[in-house]
Write a protein that binds this ligand. Structure first.
Ligand code: GAR
Length: 209
């Protein structure tokens, strides 16, 4: 059974989707053992507590740089004996001291179709605002492994939604969450926990059943 640690910063609807699938028995071969928040007031912490999951808080504002923060977080992940780390709305970029310690063992959900609208500065509603400003006609979300570059690790899964003429960042975010993020993130976690994701030449492939 793989030990899953989920990192959060905010509302935690992706965490909720993971816990709902776990409670239905759909996370095969893994279990969420701990939720770590970079924000002491994140509602995601309450969602974890409601599901009797251990929580820890490591405030980003207590650290002056990303390297020191990543080192402290690495200590926590090692203490928790994480086999898989899931960034579910985690708004802090991780330094390579951490990403190198967990190669192909950290999964992120990004709310756009990588390689568009991603990288430093693209997070949360800013991503959807940029999509609307550009005028693209489809957007979506990407589940990918995390490496030392922001939003640049191997892509595991992507899903697409239409962008509508009257969308606001909020309506587009909601459509992408409901139709893509909340479905694909638990699925990717379950596949990982069953060793059904392989890496070849730096790219990720889902093993056919
Ligand atoms: C989600 O849309 C997630 O994809 C995005 O923030 C939202 C968090 O919502 N993540 C990023 O932008 C990371 N770069 P949640 O806290 O309700 O899961």
């Amino acid at each position: 059974m793989k030990n899953i640690v989920v990192l959060v910063s905010g509302g935690g609807t992706n965490l909720q989707a993971i816990l709902d699938e776990q409670n239905k028995g759909n996370i095969v071969g893994g279990k969420v053992s701990c939720v770590v928040s970079s924000n002491p007031t994140a509602y995601a912490l309450q969602r974890a507590k409601d599901n009797n999951i251990n929580t820890r808080v490591l405030p980003r504002k207590d650290f002056s740089n990303s390297t020191d923060y990543s080192k402290a977080l690495l200590d926590i992940l090692n203490e928790e004996r994480a086999d898989l780390v899931v960034l579910a709305g985690f708004m802090t970029i991780l330094d390579e001291v951490l990403t190198n310690a967990y190669p192909y063992k950290i999964i992120n959900v990004h709310p756009a179709l990588i390689p568009s609208f991603c990288g430093e500065g693209y997070y949360g509603l800013k991503v959807h605002q940029a999509v609307l400003d550009y005028g693209v006609k489809v957007s979506g979300a990407t589940i990918h492994f995390v490496n030392e570059k922001a939003d640049a690790g191997a892509i595991i899964m992507q899903g697409v939604v239409d962008v509508k003429n009257d969308d606001t960042p909020q309506t587009l975010q909601r459509r992408i969450m409901e139709n893509v993020e909340w479905k694909l993130l638990p699925k990717a976690i379950s596949l990982f926990c069953q060793d059904k994701i392989t890496i070849k030449d730096g790219k990720a492939y889902i093993v056919n059943n």
